[in-house]
Design a protein around this ligand. Structure first.
Ligand code: FMN
Length: 191
């Protein structure tokens, strides 16, 4: 089983990546292969809406996304870790999601399968979402809607999220032992 873990924060070793690492240390106890991707390192350009993918099913922009396309289609489990930026996803992740318009076009315009038929119902994923504020309404709502729409295009069932508030400075998560325990339990159910 292949687990793809994507850390979307440009702040290395911050709260979302720390929680992801704890989750992965649990997941690695099982018989799985894990690939962790630091999204900011891939330097993924935004979709420019050129429309090429409607004809070819491929994206004309050649950058770090080319490897990520392969990883997204090869994985059996997808785990996203992300901070909330202005009550949404950071642009590093949104760029990668928007670039999956090429996969959308391949699937819905060109009517081609993205993954083998027998894998379609077996792939699922989850998200670890963090933010600084506490008790604000709808902080995670927009991000979850976008993640669900993205996962659906990828033929990945969105299972659940682990969302946690009140994490502002870089080391806030690492000081919260209860939180670290909870994210470990959350990820145990992933594989
Ligand atoms: C550009 C930017 C926008 C942010 N917007 C929000 C927000 O809308 N709501 C919130 O609660 N926290 C917001 N935050 C705070 C981060 O979500 C918070 O510090 C989080 O712990 C960062 O995770 P990281 O350490 O994994 O990068 C924002 C931070 C930045 C840098």
């Amino acid at each position: 089983m292949k687990v793809l873990a994507i850390s979307s924060s440009p702040r290395r070793n911050g709260n979302s990546e720390m929680l992801l690492d704890i989750a992965l240390s649990e997941i690695k106890k099982k018989e799985v292969s894990v690939k962790k991707v630091i999204l900011t390192d891939l330097k993924i350009a935004p979709c420019n809406s050129c429309g090429d993918c409607f004809k070819t099913g491929e994206c004309s922009i050649k950058d770090g996304m080319q490897v990520l396309y392969k990883d997204l289609l090869a994985c059996d489990r997808l785990l996203i870790a992300s901070p909330m930026y202005f009550q949404g996803l950071p642009c590093q992740l949104k760029c990668a999601i928007d670039r999956c318009q090429a996969l959308w076009a391949k699937k819905y315009v060109l009517k081609r399968d993205l993954v083998e038929k027998n894998r379609k119902t077996k792939r699922y994923g989850a998200a670890i979402l963090v933010c600084a504020s506490s008790g604000m309404k709808n902080t995670f709502t927009g991000a979850i809607i976008t993640l669900k729409a993205w996962f659906s295009v990828l033929d990945i069932r969105y299972k659940k999220e682990f969302s946690t508030e009140g994490l502002e400075d870089k080391n806030a998560a690492s000081r919260n032992e209860m939180l670290l325990k909870k994210v470990g339990e959350f990820s145990g159910a992933m594989v």
